[in-house]
Design a protein around this ligand. Structure first.
Ligand SMILES: [Fe+2]
Length: 234
């Protein structure tokens, strides 16, 4: 089943219509999430493992790609500030501590479970098309600030008291989201995307990756491993 965002495409794109599409895509993601209360301990840990396998080593690559892809000074400044915070506060180490405390350190199986969808996102970033990448990152920042409560609940159920990663990203990513939407506006003013470009391509690809993180490995790849039908949130 394709779970990517399939809303109407933007006919006359501007920062406001893009934001509506992104808000809608983020909302759509959460309607499919399982209720943590119905997950087993293995399922809870596996979600944290796959999330860590993706974010720990890729977020800075995604954000660096955004920086390289944009042309406006305003967009560069906003993205650079985000990158600076990510490196200065060592967010990858913060995430690793979170995973260790939840007994959810990722393995090679977790890396393989997300490989296909993660590969598509990486290659998309590598094309360095300015606005669609920043749209994807704005989508991600908006998603993650809401996702943190879900992630923290999974970890708490595993007896973890480590909260720095989820606390920090539940708050600072609100500011990052607003900043990235300003970056989109600034970039559109001097470097508008060609009409043939799908501004939501990265949103679709990242949505598929997030679903893989939460749902688990595709049955075709991993036989009967987990991910069967999980009860959904109300
Ligand atoms: Fe971060």
């Amino acid at each position: 089943m394709t779970l990517a965002f399939c809303g109407p495409q933007i006919s006359t794109p501007n920062a406001s219509t893009i934001r509506k599409q992104v808000d809608s895509a983020v909302g759509a993601i959460f309607t499919t999430f399982p209720n943590p209360e119905y997950l087993s301990a293995d399922q809870r840990r596996s979600i944290i493992m796959r999330y860590t396998a993706v974010l720990e080593g890729n977020f800075i690559y995604w954000m660096t790609g955004s920086y390289l892809a944009v042309k406006s000074d305003a967009a560069r400044e906003i993205i650079l500030e985000n990158l600076h915070e990510e490196v200065r506060d060592c967010h990858p180490e913060m995430l690793r501590r979170f995973a260790i405390a939840a007994h959810a350190v990722p393995t090679d199986l977790d890396a393989m479970a997300v490989y296909k969808e993660l590969r598509k996102v990486r290659l998309f970033i590598g094309r360095l098309t300015g606005i669609p990448i920043v749209v994807m990152m704005a989508f991600f920042e908006e998603f993650i600030q809401r996702f943190m409560a879900f992630l923290a609940e999974l970890a708490a159920s595993e007896g973890s008291l480590e909260r720095e990663y989820t606390d920090v990203h539940g708050v600072c990513d609100l500011v990052h989201t607003e900043g990235l939407f300003r970056a989109i506006e600034a970039e559109m003013a001097i470097n508008p995307a060609r009409s043939s470009i799908n501004l939501l391509e990265g949103v679709d690809l990242l949505s598929e990756l997030i679903h893989r993180i939460v749902d688990g490995p595709a049955l075709a790849q991993f036989g009967s491993m987990q991910a069967a039908s999980l009860p959904l949130c109300d």
